[in-house]
Design a protein around this ligand. Structure first.
Ligand code: AP5
Length: 222
């Protein structure tokens, strides 16, 4: 884990489709930190057909959450063992519950590397349906596109590798309704938690992605 003071250690918060996965690569390019997406980690377990992947798929498709212990263990393992995280980290999709946020703080306090920013991407629910149902992803990298708002250069193909893009199995209107309900009930309270610890900031993520990115930079003092 990063020990220097000039590294970026942050959490991206926001509902499904807020743009966490879209903005995280910009942060990685700018700051050189690692991007840890718990959703991508779980999807990798699903594609490898592990026991965890088989269990997780059912929960994800139903819009629920995987247990805190499993998710905390996953993030702890990455932060401690992934060399890319020596330059800091951008957590996307974690923490998602208050116990996850508390355990993350405890983990970082132990290493004396406190979280610097919890950045909330704010978007009204009504805008998210179009974003989620039009999304295409490149499973191997986690890169995210949109049929209308952020189309790939060649339809249906990843810009970098040319490999096929797919739609996530939880990216449909029904599952989204459940994911949003879970977000408001279990994840949104984290905003207050980070307001109290003093690291919270928010940007208007209903703007176009370039403006969202420039507001993120302002929040980070750039
Ligand atoms: P996860 O993969 O984390 O999904 P999510 O939080 O629902 O977030 P998304 O990936 O759907 O949205 P995003 O904000 O990244 O949006 P994106 O940038 O792609 O988690 C999936 C599941 O795993 C969970 O439901 C849960 O079951 C489980 N899980 C994961 N972490 C867990 C944890 N810690 N604990 C327990 N369970 C956990 O953008 C969306 C679309 O909009 C794209 O097409 C994009 O091109 C477009 N777009 C982005 N920004 C803009 C913009 N500004 N204007 C127009 N279009 C835009």
């Amino acid at each position: 884990m990063a020990a220097e003071n000039d590294t970026l250690r942050m959490v991206l918060l926001g509902p499904p489709g807020a743009g966490k996965g879209t903005q995280a690569p910009n942060l990685v390019n700018k700051f050189g930190a690692c991007h840890l997406s718990t959703g991508d980690m779980l999807r990798s377990q699903i594609s490898k057909k592990t026991e965890l992947g088989l269990q997780a798929k059912k929960i994800m498709d139903a819009g629920g959450l995987i247990s805190d212990d499993i998710m905390v263990g996953m993030i702890k393992g990455e932060l401690e063992n992934n060399p890319a995280c020596k330059k800091g980290f951008i957590l996307d999709g974690f923490p998602r519950t208050i116990p996850q946020a508390e355990k993350l703080d405890a983990m970082l306090a132990e290493k004396n590397i406190p979280l610097q920013k919890a950045l909330e991407l704010k978007v009204d629910d009504e805008l998210l349906v179009a974003r989620i149902t039009g999304r295409l992803v490149h499973p191997a990298s986690g890169r995210s596109y949109h049929k209308l708002f952020n189309p790939p250069k060649v339809p249906g193909k990843d810009d970098v590798t040319g490999e096929p893009l797919v739609q996530r199995s939880d990216d449909n209107a029904d599952a989204l309704k459940k994911r949003l309900a879970t977000y408001h009930k279990q994840t949104e309270p984290i905003v207050k938690y980070y307001q109290k610890t003093g690291v919270w900031a928010a940007v208007d993520a209903s703007q176009n992605p370039k403006n969202v990115w420039s507001d993120i930079l302002k929040c980070l003092g750039q």
